[in-house]
Write a protein that binds this ligand. Structure first.
Ligand code: C2E
Ligand code: MG
Ligand code: MG
Ligand code: MG
Length: 288
């Protein structure tokens, strides 16, 4: 009896592997086609200055729009683009589209444009030129280009990574650590890799309760300040979180409370409504 069961289990495992492989291959095929047809597009989510309540930047978030199909979020295809080596090509297309979009927008001064980069892209020779393209697009507004890297970059960091980051910084590109506090890396990298922005993961923001100090969140904010980094809170969803982050003087805020990521036309309308005058719901507030 044991032998047939064993064979059956083996056959089942084989079928599961085969199906997974087939799915992987079929998604790969669709991604290749998506690259050829330029089906990846940028969405923009506003970054808000916590003091003035004004939009002072945006994070670019990739979406996949297959013809006639529903919009696909990045979690469903970025990991595979990383695995099959196409993430650099997809990002290049994305950055070119962003540069074209920016030319049609009236940006506020000192606009921060953030874009996500996978660790493997730091060895991509095209990255510096793509960044230059975006830098030129915001140069008239004294804008900044910020590359968002997760703590994974520290795990995979080599001498090459550090050199690349240094070269990008020499070129004027800023570096952010994204999803801070959720990776498996040690804090030692903060002294090895020079960064400019610390993006506090939304999991810490979501734990904010009225007036109850959140020790880990407060420690992260203090760390950012000690290291002279611009602190950014992601996932700000309600007034309670906003009030908490403001009293702790986190510099930039991002979240559904302000706006969801949106396509280019919607972002154009958003900017027109939100950069000339202070946002309506913001009470006058001073830290000094
Ligand atoms: P991320 O860089 O941490 O981006 C923030 C994510 O949080 C976005 O999800 C955004 O829509 C979501 N978010 C923003 N505000 C709120 C909020 O108030 N509440 C909640 N619940 N969520 C909020 P999205 O767009 O699905 O992106 C997921 C991740 O995919 C990104 O996380 C980033 O790691 C990755 N990603 C997106 N675009 C790119 C890209 O062009 N290249 C690479 N390498 N990765 C990308
Ligand atoms: Mg990000
Ligand atoms: Mg993030
Ligand atoms: Mg995150």
């Amino acid at each position: 009896l044991k032998l047939p069961l064993f064979l059956l289990a083996g056959a089942l495992a084989g079928i599961v592997t085969y199906l997974a492989l087939r799915r992987w291959r079929s998604l790969n095929g669709r991604l290749e086609q998506a690259l050829r047809n330029q089906e990846f597009l940028p969405y923009y989510q506003p970054l808000i200055d916590s003091r003035s309540g004004r939009c002072v930047g945006a994070e670019v978030l990739m979406r996949w729009q297959p013809p006639g199909g529903a919009l696909i979020p990045p979690d469903r295809f970025i990991p595979q683009l990383e695995e099959n080596g196409q993430i650099a090509a997809a990002t290049t297309l994305l950055m070119r589209q962003v540069a074209a979009d920016l030319a049609g927008l009236s940006l506020p001064p000192d606009f921060h444009l953030s874009i996500n980069i996978s660790p493997c892209q730091l060895t991509d020779p095209a990255l510096a030129a793509d960044c230059r393209l975006l830098q030129d697009a915001v140069a008239a507004n004294q804008g900044q280009i910020v590359l968002e890297l997760t703590e994974r970059v520290a795990l995979e960091s080599t001498g090459v990574t550090q050199e690349t980051l240094q070269r990008l910084r020499d070129q004027g590109v800023k570096i952010a650590i994204d999803d801070f506090g959720t990776g498996h890396s040690s804090l030692a990298y903060l002294t090895e890799l020079k960064v400019d922005y610390l993006k506090i993961d939304r999991r810490f923001v979501s734990t904010i309760r009225d007036d109850v100090p959140s020790a880990v969140l407060d420690a992260i904010i203090a760390l950012g300040r000690q290291l002279n980094l611009v602190t950014v809170a992601e996932g700000v969803e309600n007034e309670r979180q906003l009030a908490y982050l403001r009293t702790r003087r986190v510099s930039l805020l991002q979240g559904y409370l302000y706006a969801r990521p949106m396509d280019y036309p919607a972002f154009g309308r958003y900017l027109a409504d939100h950069t000339e005058q202070p946002a309506q719901s913001e009470p006058a507030f001073s830290y000094h």
